[in-house]
Design a protein around this ligand. Structure first.
Ligand code: ADP
Length: 630
């Protein structure tokens, strides 16, 4: 029979596995056992609604058989099994769960390989790291036929009918011969297999059984011993969250998390909570170390797994997590919840609400702890999920701001680092009454804003709001510890003394005609033009009146559905009263109004550029500048 070919991508992966230098070859057993357990899960779930499933819960098992002399390991399950098509489709192709981006052949190939193996937990194919021939006999539940899939590697596989009495899957691995560098025989040793099951698969909910050697006194003798083979269950089957906390290593938590929540990285933080009292439950929560690829998309669904006394009743219970903690993964196991509770009932369940509240508090307090004790880790967390917390502040009209305001970070002019609001306020000088911030694309651009320079020159600190959500969050907060936030581009920005102010007012009044003329030359784009004494060295800047800033205008107008809204901030053009341009404008007003009109337009477009906006009429401005040059 002609061999069928693997799909191209699978072939590459297979090739990698066969020639693998990966140091954790041992994971093959975890992967195969996890598949077996999933297959049993599927049959078990089917049995809940389908009477034709006759297997009872205590009959399910995963059986290992080792034949050291013939270099064979068998892994057998009595789960759902696979049809002929499923054997071909599931084992002939990979990358259903995520697309592999194979890099071109190159110097880094070995590093890439480890990356792929480490990242994706390559499942079934990992068996090729230790085996040179694999047979998969399988009979799908409800089918009369069984098939055997066989492959010795990249040159393809065959699928033929075979005899198999019961539904389920039996995988037979022929373990590779040892080489100079690699010891494969170790995987045929009983102690090694037992160790691997403890390490990676202890929590599997079905018994993993194997005949193991035991030393027993010989019958009729007290001093003589013989070795007998006895069936042994290798895994404790106790769910990881039911084991005492001190018994579970970080490695075990990480392995569990990666397996159950399909992540290639260990979690950043593991949170355990066990309570008795008004709500009786155990929670095992994980904060991922990076955002899932779909986290900031509509497809992302938050939620925790919900168990009732060790049995899963819901895969994703979203009511257990507020939106701003939607990045948290994990599970809750409670004996107070009924096994048969429906989704609708759950929504109104009082118990569930109590649990959700308690979890929310716990997560917040754990994050606070991390912020205090491990800043580096917290900043890593915040880089991944900080936007979620800031949305939380903004959402529901600021209802959660107290709970979240001490968890958020902003970039700051202080040592160009992340800061908390508490730290900012702690550094405020006596003369400083506001928390200053500037909002825009990047720290580099913001730090060049004339108003930022002006505030910094007073010795005050400026927060750099570079995320779209930042300014919305700040506006909802309004103040922190009674210190108000103030956008440095707000017209209200006032860094002057009373005397300076008085002088400025006089100037604005006496030059009212000039300023009005300039405003009219620019048009509706500005609500007014005025002199300012707050600028350090630049000639002009834009500021805004009212709550809406230029940055927010930009964000709001770029939101989906905002095309015809034309939200407009009330923009003021401010001219540095101490800049030589102020005098020049005055003389133009007296001698050359046409030129003054051009100056007004050019200065306005300069101010726009400095604020990170693009002039509406670049070619007109370019022509005007050119005219001045001639
Ligand atoms: P993954 O488990 O990540 O989907 P695998 O390569 O390990 O990837 O397995 C591919 C598919 O083959 C599984 O999704 C499952 O449908 C099927 N499969 C693997 N092992 C078994 C098994 N023991 N019983 C039934 N189906 C299996």
């Amino acid at each position: 029979m002609a061999k069928k070919q693997f799909k191209t991508e699978s072939k590459k992966l297979l090739d990698m596995m066969i020639n693998s230098i990966y140091t954790h070859k041992e994971i093959f057993l975890r992967e195969l056992i996890s598949n077996a357990s999933d297959a049993i899960d599927k049959l078990y779930f089917k049995s809940l609604t389908d009477d034709s499933v006759k297997t009872t819960r205590d009959e399910y098992e995963i059986r290992l058989t080792v034949d050291k002399d013939n270099r064979i390991i068998m892994i057998e399950d009595n789960g759902i099994g696979m049809t002929k098509d499923e054997l071909e489709n599931n084992l002939g192709t990979i990358a259903k769960s995520g697309s592999f981006d194979f890099k071109k052949d190159g110097a880094d190939e070995k590093a890439d390989e480890i990356d792929v193996i480490g990242q994706f937990g390559v499942g079934f194919y990992s068996a090729f790291m230790v085996a040179d021939n694999i047979k998969v006999e399988s009979k799908a539940f409800g089918s009369d036929e069984a098939f055997i899939w066989e492959s010795s590697g990249v040159d393809g596989y065959t699928v033929k009918p075979c005899d198999k009495e019961t539904a389920g899957t039996k995988i037979t691995l022929h373990i590779k011969e040892d080489t100079q560098d690699e010891d494969y025989t170790e995987f045929l040793e009983e102690y090694r297999i037992k160790g691997l099951i403890k390490k990676y698969s202890d929590y599997i909910r079905y018994p993993i059984r194997m005949l193991t050697s035991h030393s027993k006194p010989k019958e009729g003798s007290e001093s003589e011993y013989e070795t007998v083979k006895e069936d042994e269950t290798l895994n404790s089957m106790i769910p990881i969250w039911k084991r005492s906390q001190s018994d579970v290593s970080d490695e075990e938590y990480a392995a569990y998390y990666k397996d159950k929540f399909s992540d290639y990285d260990a979690p950043l933080k593991v949170i355990r909570q066990k309570t008795e009292g008004s709500a009786d439950y155990t929670a095992l929560l994980f904060i991922p170390s990076h955002a899932p690829y779909d986290f900031y998309s509509r497809e992302y669904e938050k939620g925790l797994q919900l168990y009732s006394s060790g049995v899963m009743i819901m895969e994703k219970c979203k009511d257990l997590l507020p939106d701003y903690f939607s990045f948290v993964k994990g599970l809750v196991d409670s004996s107070d919840l009924s096994l048969n509770i429906s989704r609708e009932m759950l929504q109104h369940d009082r118990q569930l609400k109590i649990i959700a509240k308690a979890l929310e508090k716990k997560i917040a307090s754990e994050l606070k702890k991390m912020l205090k004790s491990d800043r580096e880790k917290y900043e890593k967390f915040f880089t991944a999920f900080g936007a979620s917390l800031k949305w939380g502040i903004y959402a529901d009209f600021g209802m959660h701001k107290e709970a979240l305001e001490d968890l958020i970070l902003f970039k700051s002019s202080f040592e160009q680092k992340y800061t908390t609001l508490e730290e900012y306020v702690g550094r405020m000088t006596e003369s400083q009454s506001k928390i200053y911030y500037a909002a825009g694309e990047s720290v580099e651009k913001l730090s060049m804003l004339p108003q930022v320079e002006a505030v910094l020159s007073k010795g005050y600190e400026v927060l750099y709001l570079t995320e779209d959500i930042d300014e919305f969050a700040v506006q909802i907060l309004r103040a922190y510890k009674e210190k108000e936030f103030l956008n440095v581009t707000a017209e209200k920005l006032d860094l002057t003394t009373d005397e300076e102010k008085e002088e400025l007012n006089k100037k604005n009044e006496s030059q009212a005609d000039l300023l009005q003329f300039m405003k009219e030359s620019i048009g509706d784009k500005v609500t007014k033009v005025q002199f300012t004494a707050s600028l350090a060295k630049h000639a002009v800047c834009l500021s805004t009146e009212g709550a809406l800033s230029v940055g927010m205008e930009k964000v709001l107008n770029s939101m989906p559905g905002a095309e015809d809204q034309h939200i407009k901030a009330e923009t003021v053009m401010e001219i540095n009263v101490d800049h030589p341009i102020a005098e020049k404008l005055q003389s133009l007003y007296e001698n050359d109004k046409d030129k003054l009109a051009s100056y007004a337009k050019i200065l306005y477009s300069q101010a726009q550029l400095i604020s990170g906006l693009s002039p509406e009429n670049p070619s007109e401005i370019a022509d005007l500048i050119c005219d001045l040059m001639l």
